[in-house]
Design a protein around this ligand. Structure first.
Ligand SMILES: [Mg+2]
Length: 207
């Protein structure tokens, strides 16, 4: 039976990312400028994140597009090493009652998600998630939220969803999720709303 669950976006919620770091890395192995590297790889992102392009194929095509002179492993590392932990969020997650299930819902790709789960211990607290490249669709489409409801056994009305992008929040709201539109500046407000929600939902559970 569905029960109160916290559903997290990843990028700019649990970790920050900076694609400029990847571009910096790539230009060490490419005749292209930083702007041209970004422009060349940009069209590959949506196919990668919607699962139409597998990680290995992305590496191969990406290397070709920017005339990358390093190894596939160096390309892969550059593509992935763009994340930094959102420390206040990691502390909040660590402080949460172990009885509240936490799940992930992210537009991502196989390279990034493997890297994240391996590099950031904060993710050990999560009991799985729905990822765009596996689902074959992306936020803010309703489809991926419906897949999350089904696969993660969620009741939207009992799920607190956190995302930094308004279009994603709007879809979630339309489907009946309790939502929080996150930014670093709103972290204290986020904690207050989450704990009010948690207090109310655990009382509801006890009844
Ligand atoms: Mg995000």
């Amino acid at each position: 039976m569905p029960r109160p669950t916290i559903l997290f976006d990843i990028g700019n919620v649990i970790v920050h990312f900076d694609f400029a770091r990847a571009a910096e890395h790539f230009i060490r192995y490419s005749p292209l400028s930083k702007a041209d590297v970004v422009r060349a790889l940009d069209p590959l992102k949506a196919p990668l994140e919607s699962g139409r392009l597998a990680g290995d194929e992305f590496v191969r095509r990406g290397m070709e597009m920017i005339r990358f002179t390093g190894t596939p492993e160096e390309f892969r590392h550059g593509w992935c090493d763009i994340f930094s932990l959102n420390a206040p969020m990691a502390r909040t997650i660590a402080s949460l009652d172990q009885s509240v299930p936490m799940r992930l819902l992210s537009n991502t790709n196989d390279l990034h998600i493997d890297f994240l789960l391996e590099q950031f211990p904060v993710f050990t607290r999560f009991g799985g998630g729905v990822y765009s490249h596996v689902a074959g669709c992306m936020k803010p489409e309703e489809t991926i939220f419906r897949i999350a409801i089904r696969q993660l056994d969620l009741d939207a009305a009992q799920t607190f969803y956190i995302d930094d992008l308004l279009p994603n929040i709007e879809t979630a709201r339309r489907l009946g999720f309790r939502t929080f539109h996150y930014s670093d500046a709103r972290h204290a407000e986020f904690e207050a709303e989450l704990s009010a929600w948690h207090g109310a939902s655990s009382q509801h559970e006890a009844r």
